[in-house]
Write a protein that binds this ligand. Structure first.
Ligand code: AMP
Ligand code: MG
Length: 418
């Protein structure tokens, strides 16, 4: 059994035994936030054909040279090309076609004149239908070749890599999947995380609170965080401090084929801390202490072969432990490339203290005159969850550092940071 580990060592031990889960095909209307199982490349150019970026007239640019308000170029209008239609005629000298935004450019044309630069009003009286295709159009301005034409491949070239494997799908990615004709996409299945909280003092929210009892907040906060991290949550409920009951909940997680089990409380050195004991009796405990603050008691092991992260009970410790270990574990299982939020640097607006363990302090980081400035939120006790509600960031004080003066630089990451 390992002695106390650094945060990084502990995380490496957890991540090193986890492998991404299987993949599945899902519809693109249900794939936001899912992790791509393979690279997506363009099967065709985008745009796929030359088209107009304005409502106007497709012309031969040379026909418009020298055109002005007083000496317009008069062209015969031979065709109407709404979006979605294939032009029938080729434009020849002295001719134009009326063309709408997104419609295919006719052969022969090499420019589009916006309707605003012609004698044809773009504005129809409300409720009135289009007055029909005019026989001719007066052009008031010359066009340079290529004007208002979206060329094929302007955005994306056929064969170009668009989305890398292991990317978490964003709304714009889903747009490009649709734009390239993908109705379904292969992603990693959501890892199943079995979650329960333990403690004789716990009461479920909505129930009356008797003296000495508290509401079980961990189960809900952790479930939300893990679900946001891409997990499917198997809610195992809560258990009193009783080894038999704890074991039967863990077994239920095994039956439900959990990829990871996350528990809260019962991993410390208290007389009623049984979670650790149950893992030791039925599996293998790898470590149970991490050199961090808050949340030193943090257990990791295998329960009947399934990885288990035993978070401490204090709500802030549980939250930060989940953020530092369980969320990256879910990310690894889910096939994500990026396992941790990006570290950034801010300037401290006040001095901070630590006890020399790697510390995660709740803070607000805000922009101030082109710098990011950090201040702590409230009392940093490990049970004080409200200080996390007020925070948008965690400051990271390295181990061995006991204090940092005001105006010094501190590492941090945003709580909702990617
Ligand atoms: P323990 O890890 O069991 O020693 O618990 C440490 C602290 O966390 C105690 O104050 C517990 O009452 C509290 N605690 C344990 N579990 C929860 C929970 N699910 N929700 C809120 N607080 C909890
Ligand atoms: Mg307890």
């Amino acid at each position: 059994l390992a002695d106390i580990l650094s945060v990084q060592e502990a995380r490496e031990r957890i991540l090193s035994i986890l492998q991404p889960v299987e993949t599945e095909w899902v519809s693109i209307d249900n794939c936001a936030g899912r992790i791509l199982a393979g690279e997506i490349s363009a099967s065709a150019d985008l745009p796929g054909f030359a088209n107009s970026s304005m409502d106007g007239f497709a012309v031969i640019s040379a026909d418009t040279s020298g055109a002005s308000w007083t000496a317009p170029a008069n062209l015969n209008v031979i065709e109407d090309i709404p979006a979605g239609k294939t032009p029938v005629h080729e434009i020849e000298a002295g001719q134009a076609a009326r063309i709408m935004t997104g419609a295919m450019l006719p052969l022969g044309a090499d420019a589009v004149i916006p309707v605003e630069d012609t004698n044809i009003s773009s504005l129809m009286p409300p409720g009135q239908a289009d007055s029909g295709l005019p026989a001719s159009v007066a052009i008031y301005r010359p066009a340079r070749p290529g004007a208002y034409i979206r060329t094929p491949g302007q955005d994306v070239r056929k064969g170009q890599a668009l989305l890398p494997k292991n990317r978490r799908l964003l709304p714009q990615d889903i747009g490009i999947l649709a734009m390239t004709g993908h109705g379904q996409v292969q992603v990693f299945r959501k890892p199943r995380v079995a979650l329960f909280s333990s403690g004789d003092e716990l009461v479920q929210p909505g129930q009356p609170l008797m003296p000495g009892k508290i509401y079980d907040s961990n189960q809900y906060a952790l479930a939300a965080m893990l679900a946001q991290g891409g997990a499917e949550i198997l809610h195992l409920g809560n258990s009193p401090d009783d080894p038999g009951r704890i074991q039967s909940l863990l077994d239920r997680g095994i039956e439900q084929k959990a990829d990871l089990i996350v528990t809260s409380a019962g991993v410390s050195v208290g007389a009623f801390d049984f979670v650790r004991q149950v893992i030791e009796a039925n599996g293998k405990l790898d470590f149970w202490k991490v050199n961090m603050r808050p949340g030193k008691p943090l257990a990791f092991g295998l329960y009947r072969g399934v990885p288990l992260i035993g978070l401490p009970g204090n709500p802030v410790s549980a939250f930060i432990g989940c953020h530092l270990f369980a969320v990256p574990a879910v990310a690894k299982l889910a096939g994500r490339a990026q396992l941790l939020p990006k570290r950034m640097k801010a300037i401290l607006s006040e001095p901070i203290e630590s006890d020399g363990r790697e510390s995660y302090l709740r803070a607000v980081v805000e922009g101030d005159n082109c710098r990011l400035v950090a201040r702590l939120t409230g009392h940093q006790g490990s049970g004080n969850l409200y200080s996390l509600v007020q925070a948008n960031a965690l400051l990271i004080v390295p181990s061995g550092v006991k204090s940092l003066p005001s105006d010094s630089e501190v590492d941090f990451w945003f709580l909702d940071g990617e």
